[in-house]
Design a protein around this ligand. Structure first.
Ligand SMILES: O=C(O)CCC(=O)C(=O)O
Length: 345
């Protein structure tokens, strides 16, 4: 026989939902109305709420929600302010800027910018075509990502999509098929392979922008038209160099974080190109800045900015992190704060 008091008790996930709504400031009546709509008895909701009110853990949750609210409202105010600006839709372009201006205005200002004229001495520009790579390194085995079309969360499931093939086979396959299924991405780390060491001589760190004393190989992205990196943020600043072909990059400021439905890790649940606004109404007014990068362009992807990248043609890009700043380039350690408990002692 089932105990009648446990029969009346709301399921655990619903109790958690009730606690969350109340901590977020919804009224007791509003919560009870939602419970009734979801098919639960009002008196079960009322007794759950009475129990919560006497629980010190719930009091702590209310305090935490209040301080989080203050941050969220600041983010919202900044988001609204940018929406009022003419700079809300486009990424500015600079030609051979003074590094001081680049850092002061954009890097430290946390604003994206396209910078031209920094690859003038790169032999990679013009030389690194898919045909040349195939001719020079066709027999070298590389890791790529494959079967991406079978998995909506292919980025998070990177390990499941790692595949070895020769660079020649990869280039043959991607020359005849456009789309997102097969893509050699930064995490495949091909420039760390000794076979590609000579490629490191085909580009140089632009003086004053990137550290030249380090030979940390940048990430390399090589794929056909139609590759799509979904909406995500990174935890560092990135200097993204377009070497071959072109890409469309759509950016959303970091202070829109409450409106992009960051449901997991660094990813958004929203398809930026065809957002389901009934499901994601807060996405309606977000500022989206559009940019197209072509060979010779660097794009500063500032830390925390949401972005999505689509190849408009066969494309090859490099991503650098080694900015020429005093001290270590900043890292947004959100992963650590998720997994590590801060010690009180
Ligand atoms: O080029 C791409 O497909 C993605 C680049 C990107 O999102 C990044 O470097 O963070």
């Amino acid at each position: 026989m089932v105990d009648s008091s446990s029969e009346r008790r709301l399921p655990w996930n619903i109790r958690r939902w009730v606690a969350k709504l109340l901590a977020e400031g919804y009224s007791e009546n509003a919560v009870c109305r939602s419970l009734s709509k979801a098919g639960y008895e009002e008196h079960s909701g009322r007794s759950e709420i009475a129990e919560l009110a006497a629980n010190p853990a719930f009091g702590a949750a209310v305090d935490l929600a209040r301080s989080r609210d203050k941050l969220v409202l600041l983010m919202d105010a900044l988001a609204q302010q940018l929406r009022q600006s003419a700079a809300a839709h486009a990424v500015p372009v600079m030609c051979r800027p003074d590094p001081v201006e680049f850092f002061d205005r954009y890097y430290y200002g946390n604003r994206p910018v396209i910078v031209r004229g920094l690859m003038d001495e790169w032999s990679a520009l013009g030389k690194w075509t898919p045909e040349w790579l195939k001719e020079s390194f066709g027999n070298v085995a590389v890791e790529v990502t494959s079967r991406r079309d079978t998995d909506p969360h292919f980025e998070e499931h990177f390990d499941r999509h790692r595949t070895k093939m020769s660079l020649g086979d990869f280039i043959t396959a991607t020359s005849s098929n456009s789309g997102n299924d097969l893509y050699l991405v930064s995490k495949n780390r091909i420039l760390d392979q000794p076979e590609f060491v000579d490629l490191l001589d085909d580009f140089i760190s632009p003086q004053g922008f990137l550290r030249s004393d380090e030979r940390n190989a940048p990430g390399l992205w090589l794929g056909p038209a139609g590759t799509k990196t979904p909406l995500h943020h990174d935890s560092t600043n990135i200097f993204f160099a377009q070497v071959f072909g072109s890409k469309r990059i759509r950016l959303i400021p970091p202070f829109e974080i409450g409106n992009v439905y960051n449901d997991r890790s660094c990813y958004s649940a929203v398809d930026i190109d065809s957002p389901d606004l009934a499901k994601f109404p807060r996405f309606t007014d977000v500022s989206i800045l559009d940019a197209t990068v072509s060979p010779g362009d660097f794009l500063l992807l500032p830390v925390g900015w949401w972005h999505t990248v689509e190849s408009l043609s066969t494309s090859l890009s490099l991503s650098f992190h080694n900015f020429a700043v005093e001290g270590d380039p900043v890292v947004w350690r959100w992963r650590e704060s998720e997994t590590k408990r801060r010690s009180l002692y």
